[in-house]
Design a protein around this ligand. Structure first.
Ligand code: PLP
Length: 386
């Protein structure tokens, strides 16, 4: 019917239960399914390969991203690993952003050292460096925009065009914005990958991932490999994820409004040395964000002026921002990049990516924005008077 995303998210998979007329799709926990007779399997035979609860959420994910099919996996990392396993053989090249998610960086770095494939980490906003990397004919180009944790924005359409010129597939990690704010497949990407742990689920109570493919043959191939390797998502997680997705649009909009209010407040704080938020006109990616996103999202990061003690005082004074990794949940979180999300990255690599020791990343939740700002205000005072 061509419904808008909020409608798709709420309605998909509803009322599919014919036995009892359940509005909410049931959880199918069974690991196995009976055959109707000799050599007569049903649509499902074993839950690693296919599960009705997972089918529903995969369908919603594909619809939201505008893809031909989706595979839900046990985590965002297993989705990224699955992608590399399917598309990269020893000797093949992956081009990845130099400031990609720390776990992705660690995965590519460790597996390339074992000869699984080769990787070049490149600043994709540096056109010359990007073109040099692409001249080496990668098989796969990973784009992550906005990037983690500095919210750098790169031009998806432009990079996908360059990737296709050299015969590479382009995949976008869309975790930070979700399909509500960015649709990479419409911008030329072949694949989208998600940590569903974040905005898609939105309640910080599961770990899951997904790959969405534009091409149905690629989608089928990914599903085959997901079963082969055994990384498909569990039934209970599928149920929870679907429940989270129902409210995705509403949550993201609230979070985004709160983030805008907080950014405005942070801009006026003398203890904030640098603020990274793509809505700001002086953010280097602002114009591209305007072009390819339908909103600026709810993630921001900033550098606190001061030493480690200042940082400690600031963080311990916060009551509404929990010091924790992850993002995208209804509750506000704050993380210290160097010791938390990006601790697995070598100090030089962090420095090269522009991640300083005073950088804090904030995932803004759906609490009242005035309460959040008052909490930050108290923490700045505590840090100033230490
Ligand atoms: N991609 C991005 C951008 C992330 O932020 C994360 C996790 O923080 C991942 C991938 C990995 O996802 P997961 O933690 O679900 O394995």
């Amino acid at each position: 019917m061509g419904c808008k995303q909020a409608t798709v998210a709420v309605q998909s998979g509803s009322n599919i239960d014919e036995q009892y007329g359940c509005v909410v799709p049931p959880i199918y926990l069974s690991s196995t399914y009976n055959f109707t007779g000799f050599n007569e399997p049903r649509a499902h035979d074993y839950s690693r390969r296919g599960n009705p609860s997972r089918d529903v959420v995969q369908q919603v994910l594909a619809e939201l991203e505008g893809g031909a099919g989706a595979v839900m996996t046990s985590s965002g990392m297993s989705a990224i690993h699955l992608l590399c396993t399917v598309f990269l053989q020893p000797g093949d090249l992956l081009v990845a952003p130099h400031d990609c998610y720390g776990g992705s960086y660690r995965l590519f770095d460790s597996l390339s050292k074992r000869g699984a494939y080769n990787v070049i980490f490149v600043d994709q906003s540096d056109n010359q460096a990007l073109k040099q990397a692409l001249a080496q004919k990668p098989k796969l180009v990973l784009i992550e925009t906005p990037s983690n944790p500095l919210l750098r924005i790169v031009d998806i359409q432009y990079i996908c065009g360059l990737a296709h010129e050299v015969g590479a597939l382009a995949v976008v990690d869309n975790t930070f914005l979700s399909p509500v704010l960015q649709k990479p497949l419409d911008l030329g990407a072949d694949l989208v990958v998600h940590s569903c742990t974040k905005y898609l689920n939105g309640h910080s109570d599961l770990i899951a991932g997904a790959i969405i493919a534009k091409d149905p043959v690629i989608a089928e191939n990914l599903a085959w490999w997901a079963n082969n390797i055994g990384v498909t998502g569990a039934a209970f997680d599928s149920y929870l994820l679907l429940r989270g997705i129902r409210t995705l649009s509403a949550r993201v909009m609230l979070q985004q409004n709160n983030a805008a209010a907080i950014a405005e407040y942070l801009q006026q704080q003398p203890q904030v040395k640098k603020l990274y938020y793509p809505a700001l006109k002086n953010h280097p990616g602002h114009e591209i964000a305007l072009k390819q996103q339908t909103g600026f999202g709810a993630m921001l990061s900033f550098e606190l002026d001061g030493d480690e003690q200042t940082l400690r005082h600031f963080l311990s004074a916060l009551k509404l921002f929990t010091l924790a990794e992850s993002l995208g949940g209804v509750e506000s979180l704050i993380s210290h990049t160097a010791t938390m999300t990006h601790a697995g990255m070598a100090a030089e690599a962090r420095a090269q990516a522009g991640i300083t020791d005073s950088l804090l990343r904030v995932s803004v939740g759906i609490e009242d924005s005035q309460d959040l700002i008052a909490d930050l205000d108290k923490a700045f005072q505590a840090a100033a008077t230490r």
